[in-house]
Design a protein around this ligand. Sequence first.
Ligand code: G6P
Length: 609
Amino acid sequence: MCGIVGYIGKDNAKDVIIDGLKRLEYRGYDSAGIALIVDSEIFTYKKQGKIRNIEIELRKVPVYSNIGIGHTRWATHGKPDDINAHPHLDCTKKIALVHNGIVENYAELRRELQTKGHTFLSQTDTEVIVHLIEEELKTSPDFFTAFLSAVKRLQGSYAIAVITLHQPDTIFVARKDSPLVIGLGEGENFVASDVPAFLSYTNRVIFLDDFEVATVNSNSVSVFNTDGERVEKKVVTVPWSLSQAEKAGYKHFMLKEINEQPRAVADTISGNLSWFRGESYLEGIDPNSFSRIQIVACGTSYHAGLIAKFYLENFAKVPTEVDYASEYRYREPIVDENTLVISITQSGETADTLAAMRLAREKGAKLLTICNVIGSTATREADTVIYTYAGPEISVASTKAFTTQLTALFLFTLYLSRERRALASDEVDSYLKELLELPSKIEAFLNLEREKEVVKKIALEFYRAKDALYLGRHVNYPIALEGALKLKEISYIHAEGYPAGEMKHGPIALIDENIPVVVVATRGKVLDKIVSNVEEVKARKGRVIAVTNPSVKKIGELAEFLIEVPEVNEYLSPIVNVVPLQLFAYYIADFLGYDVDQPRNLAKSVTVE
Ligand code: G6P
C-alpha cells in the first residue's frame, strides 16, 4: 500500500526512481511523484494517476540529480489528486518527504503546527511529518536529531524517506509497521518498500525493523534506534532474479504468474522437503507441543487457510479454526500456549495479519507463518517460517502465491501427521508421491492449447455478465470462493462463491438463463452430491460451466461448458482446479479492456488496517 523508492549514487536518480516506482506500482496507483535535489534546490513533480503520467512529463524535463525519492500512492487521507500526491515539502521548501502508512495523531499535530505558523497545502496525514521535522530543526543541533525527534512523535504506521538541502548527500529513512528495505550497491544505495524496486541493481538487502531509522549515503548505510544508538544489521541476499520481476513477453504479470505455477509449486516442494530427508525442520516449534491450530490470513491467503483446515483435520487430526485476520483481532479468540497460530501471507506485510499474529503472541501461542517474501515482517515476528518459493508476485490478483501456499500447507500437514503419528509413514510417502506429480499435472493443463481456448471461449461468452455464481463442495468449496474473488477483483463483475449444498438456502433464487454458474466438479467423495446440485441449477435454466475431469461422464450431459483438468488426489485437486478459474477471470478482464495487473481501488500489499 503505497510504494516508496529512494536513490543515491552515480546514476541519474530520476531514471532509477521512475524505474523503481514502475516496479512498485502494484502497491498503489492513485498518484505518483518524485523529488530530486537539483542545483541546491528541491525539484518536485507529482501527478494524479499512474506512473506513466509522470514518466512522460519527466522525460521531457532535463533534470539531473544523484539523489532523490519517489512515491506511488494508494490514497488513505485526502483524495487522489495532484496536491495530495507525495512528495510533500516543508514551508522553506528545503525538505521533501514520502510516506507509506497512517499517522494516527496527524490531526492534533497539524493543529499544533498551524498555531506555530505552518501552512498546509494538502489534506494528507503525511504533510504533518515534513512540517514537524522543519519545526524540530529550529531547536536541534543537526538534521538527523530533528528527524529523530519528529519520528518519535508519530503515532500509527510509517515508512518514511526524506531528502533535504540541509544535508544533500543523505537520504533519511524510518520505519514502523510499514515495510522499508535498503538495497546495497557499489557506490550507490537504494531505499524502497519492496525489493523488486531495485532488483535490477542489487539483491543485497538490509531489512529495517520497527522503530529503526537509517541514514543512506552513496557509500555507506547506518542504522540507528530512535534513541540515536547504532544498530548492527544483517545483510541478506535475496534469491530473486530480475527476470522473475519482468513480464517476459506476457501481456500481463497475471498471465505470466498463472503460467509460472508448475515451477513455483515444484520449487516450493523441493524447498521444503528437508524434513523428509530427516533434517531438522521448523526450528522453534515442536510438532507435538500444541493441541489446536488457528489460521489467520486475508484475501486469497484466507482461502488457502480454509483448504488447510481440511488438510490439518483430515490428516494430522488437529482441530483447526480459520479466521479473517481482521476479524480475529477483534473477536477475543481463545488462545493459549497449546495453540499454534499459522499466518498465511504472500507479502508478510498485511497489517491485519500482523496484528492478529501479535495478539496471538501476547496470549502465549506459538507462531508459524507461511510466507513468500524473505525478510518481511511476518517472517521476522513468527517463531518459524515456511517459505513458499513463488518468486516475486507482481499482479495484484494473487495466483501463484495461492497454489504455493496450498503446497506448503499440504507438506506441513504431512510432516505434522508423521511426527504426531496420525499417518503411517507409508501413507505419508504415498501422499508425497502424489504431491511430487502435481507440477506436471498443472503443466499438462497449461500446455493444452485446446483447454485454454475453451476457457477463452467461455470468457468471451460471458464477459458481459453482471453476476456470476461459483459453486464447490468440501475441499473445493474454498476454490469457489477464490474463483469468485478473482473475477470480482479484476473484472468488477459481481460474483459469489457458495458451498453447492447451501445453494438451496438462498442463491438458487438468483438463478435464471443469464447467470453463469461455475461449478467445481472434479473427482472426490462429494462428486455425486455436486452432480445433484448441478441438476438443480439446470432445472432453473442456469448456464453451467463445469470444471471437471475427463473421466467424469455424468457432468458432461448437464453442463453447457466443460473445462477438463487432470485428475489428482481430491485433497490436491484445489491446486489444479483453481488454475482454469484464474484464467477465466483473466480473459474476462482482458476482454473488458481492464487493467488486469492493477485493478481499481486495490493494492497488493495492504499495510494499513
Ligand atoms: C490484498 C491483495 C490480495 C491478497 C491479500 C492478502 O488484498 O490484493 O491478492 O490475497 O491482500 O495479502 P497477503 O500478502 O497477506 O497474502
